[in-house]
Design a protein around this ligand. Structure first.
Ligand SMILES: Cc1cc2nc3c(=O)[nH]c(=O)nc-3n(C[C@H](O)[C@H](O)[C@H](O)COP(=O)(O)OP(=O)(O)OC[C@H]3O[C@@H](n4cnc5c(N)ncnc54)[C@H](O)[C@@H]3O)c2cc1C
Length: 278
């Protein structure tokens, strides 16, 4: 049960949603953008969040687009993980999405909710980091387009009142060789100890990780180390562990040492698999 009352709005345009947000704030209310609602409902039930109004983004057509526009794949923030998993428009993203939660939850969870949510995993972000995707953001003054790295690397850098409209990815990234793996503590339906997504672009391995640090990431330094064949595979893997961009995540799902052990194993598999793949 959610122990507080709140107003529910379902705008049909971007402008209406943004205006609503600031009008509600100006009237002393706490507004909250709402997509699949799975995280909002859990947090509200556990008294982790209290709001006066939710603004459901699913009624906005731009947030529901899912198609190629020329060579650009446009994914609206309100598209569900089930829709993405069942499509093959961006195969790596489909594989990563299919490994998140179970189908009933994926029917609700949206791509925008997954990558903008409160939890540190945000696994669906990984393919977009590899593809250097762009994000379209609704802001007070209108709309801006910027790099996914600026908004979603090292946490979510959205300002109060802003929301994600779409993610745009160059179609070439649907064709590169790719690999993903997700290791959990017990069943397949669980948060990752290590979730790894990788692509080979122009002979170089790109890799993005979730579950390892307190945020999903892809770093240039880590890829330089991984692609430096003048060192042995073991040395490269050790170097990656030495160059993680933050402290290794340590919680009841997996200790720091265990996550690093699993990461080393997954990187060894990645290096083996990527041999001879161009
Ligand atoms: C059973 C289950 C298993 C799960 N397993 C995993 C897992 O293995 N890996 C993983 O990564 N995640 C997992 N999750 C987490 C899930 O992906 C997130 O909780 C996600 O936020 C839920 O998306 P939603 O669309 O339901 O978001 P909502 O509950 O609607 O919103 C979540 C947050 O995102 C914000 N938000 C939503 N849409 C936007 C937008 N367009 N722009 C800006 N902010 C927005 C909301 O304001 C809110 O703060 C799991 C969730 C469940 C229920």
């Amino acid at each position: 049960m959610i122990a507080f009352d709140f107003e529910y709005y379902k705008p049909t345009t971007i402008q209406e949603a943004v205006t609503l947000f600031y009008d509600l704030q100006a009237n002393g209310k706490i507004p909250h953008y709402y997509a699949g609602g799975t995280e909002f409902i859990s947090r509200a039930r556990m008294h982790e969040i209290q709001v006066d109004a939710v603004i459901d983004l699913k009624g906005i057509p731009d947030c529901n687009e899912f198609q190629f526009n020329g060579n650009q794949l446009v994914i609206g923030s309100a598209v569900t993980l089930t829709t993405i998993a069942d499509s093959n428009l961006f195969p790596l993203l489909s594989d990563v999405s299919r490994a998140i939660a179970h189908r009933t939850a994926r029917n609700k969870i949206t791509i925008g909710g997954n990558i903008s949510g409160h939890l540190c995993y945000r696994e669906a972000l990984l393919p977009f980091l590899l593809a250097d995707s762009e994000v379209v953001i609704a802001e007070k003054k209108g709309i801006r387009t910027t790099s996914i790295h600026k908004i979603y690397q090292n946490g979510v850098q959205l300002n109060d009142g802003e929301f994600l409209i779409q993610i745009i990815t160059d179609g070439q990234f649907s064709n590169y060789p790719y690999w993903s793996s997700k290791k959990t503590k017990h069943s397949n339906v669980n948060y990752p100890i290590v979730s790894l997504a990788s692509m080979k672009v122009d002979g170089k391995i790109r890799v993005a990780l979730s579950g390892v640090c307190d945020f999903p990431f892809r770093t240039e330094q880590l890829e330089l180390v991984l692609n430096d064949t003048s060192y042995s595979e073991q040395t490269r893997i050790q170097q990656v562990l030495n160059h993680l961009p933050g402290a290794t995540h340590n919680d009841m799902h997996g200790s720091r040492e265990y996550r690093e052990f699993v990461l080393a194993q997954e990187l060894a598999k990645l290096l083996q698999r990527s041999k001879g793949v161009s």
